[in-house]
Design a protein around this ligand. Structure first.
Ligand SMILES: [Fe+2]
Length: 193
């Protein structure tokens, strides 16, 4: 289930909302032009990029037709137990862990696993924990960052309008260091369950 926490963006961020109510999450995000939708999770969520895209062909084709995306791919990262994994995980996590924007929408469908998108809009930070079944659309130019945690484990379908849409324009604002990270939010949520 998706989880949303909202923080103030000052020197000492305060939590102003924590919810797992899908309707409430969608409504709060709609106010900042971010769209969260759910697709039924397909059977068997592993395999090659083609197999994953085939499992969601109907939904993917519909979104592409509606929004005019020209590129769709699958990003995945899973712990593999190899000696290289810790460095690989760290490098992947750090890539988008600082606040940035893109000149394309950031659209992700989580096939499995999870990750948190942090949207920094109007003095608030909206931390959206996306899990299997969640399709999140972050409009272009929205300041945000993404945390996949210290042990990244996810498969996500990505949609782009152009092939350099993923390039990040970093703001230099260190705000991400002040807001609870993926591991903290997941641990806090587990302790409340
Ligand atoms: Fe991004």
């Amino acid at each position: 289930m998706t989880h949303l926490s909202v923080y103030t963006d000052g020197e000492r961020p305060a939590t102003v909302l924590e919810t797992e109510d899908a309707g409430e999450i969608a409504a709060v995000l709609k106010e900042i032009d971010v769209v969260l939708r759910q697709w039924p999770v397909a059977e068997g969520h592993g395999g090659s990029q083609e197999e994953i895209l085939d499992a969601y062909r109907e939904q993917v084709d519909r979104v592409v037709a509606e929004e005019g995306y020209t590129l769709v791919d699958v990003a995945q990262l899973h712990p593999d137990g190899s000696p290289e994994w810790p460095a690989k995980a760290r490098a992947a996590r750090e890539k988008f862990l600082s606040e940035h924007t893109h000149d394309d929408d950031e659209v992700r469908y989580f096939v499995s696993g999870s990750g948190i998108f942090y949207l920094h809009v109007n003095d608030r930070v909206y931390a959206v924990l996306c899990e299997a079944g969640d399709l999140l659309t972050v409009p272009r130019d929205t300041t945000h960052w993404f945390d996949m945690g210290t042990e990244p484990d996810f498969t996500a379908i990505r949609f782009f309008h152009d092939d350099d849409g993923w390039v990040g324009d970093f703001t230099g604002d260190p705000i991400a260091e002040r807001i609870p990270d993926f591991d903290s939010i997941v641990a806090r949520r587990a302790s409340r369950a």
